[in-house]
Design a protein around this ligand. Structure first.
Ligand code: PEP
Length: 241
């Protein structure tokens, strides 16, 4: 059985109040893996508080003349265990291609970070009936024979601060998670965790997380609210029993 992984993407926000307290919900659990992706500025506080964490993006080279960048290997040396790769914000705002995302995934693996790689279609692509094609194109360059985690995040379902954004229905998400799983090499298919991301919150977490191919969540908005995040982790924990 795959262990649930609940990841919080804090994006370009300050760490939530009390995040580094020993009793905060951002600490990992025996029954659920909990990971957060803060800004670079809060990575060290997570590490010092023994919160599993990683960068939201990292440079593929270890060092060099790359002003403004931080490398994946530097993050690993500081104590990060995970790396977020290919979030749709980065694909849209920084024009990261699927090949560049795959290079980050490879660099993360090489320096010992566990990559969580985001894939998902935009509303235009969904409306044009291109979801399957887009997912296949995003998966094709990834080193899926390695131990990675995939986060299926339909871009149209990401809240971007709007709490009324609809999540994918559990049935639609399940169908696409099953498709993604079918695209993985046979010997990695059952072990690879596929997270759902896009307006997951306490109200819809149980229905989404109880789908057979949904192995956790990548949570944006609700991860900034410790109570809401704690409720989602509790749902995953209860479903693990
Ligand atoms: C995200 O940005 O990865 C995300 C899933 O955000 P939200 O949960 O707010 O939709």
């Amino acid at each position: 059985m795959r262990k649930y992984l609940i990841a919080g993407n804090w994006k370009m926000h300050d760490a939530p109040e009390g995040a580094f307290d020993p009793s905060s919900p951002y600490h990992t659990h025996a029954s659920v893996d909990v990971v957060v992706f803060p800004t670079y500025l809060d990575l060290q506080s997570c590490i010092d508080s023994k919160i599993l964490c990683g960068p939201q993006h990292g440079h593929t080279e270890a060092h060099g003349a790359h002003t403004g960048d931080v490398s994946l290997s530097m993050c690993k040396k500081r104590g990060c265990l995970y790396a977020l790769c290919g979030h749709s914000d980065r694909r849209a705002e920084h024009k990261e291609t699927s090949e560049e995302v795959a290079a980050q995934v490879v660099a993360a693996l090489e320096c010992g970070l566990h990559p969580i790689v985001c894939i998902g279609e935009t509303l235009e692509q969904k409306n044009a009936g291109e979801t399957e094609k887009v997912l296949k194109e995003m998966i094709a360059p990834l080193p899926t024979e390695s131990k990675i985690t995939i986060a299926y995040e339909p871009v149209w379902a990401i809240s971007r601060g709007d709490p009324n954004t609809p999540a994918a229905t559990p049935e639609d998400a399940q169908t696409l998670h099953a498709l993604i799983r079918s695209l993985l090499p046979e010997d990695r298919r059952e072990q690879t965790r596929i997270l759902y991301g896009g307006s997951m919150k306490p109200e819809n977490a149980e229905k989404l997380l109880s789908q057979p191919d949904i192995d956790g969540g990548l949570i944006g908005g609700a991860s900034l609210k410790p109570d809401a995040f704690a409720q989602i982790v509790a749902v995953a924990s209860n479903l693990s029993k």
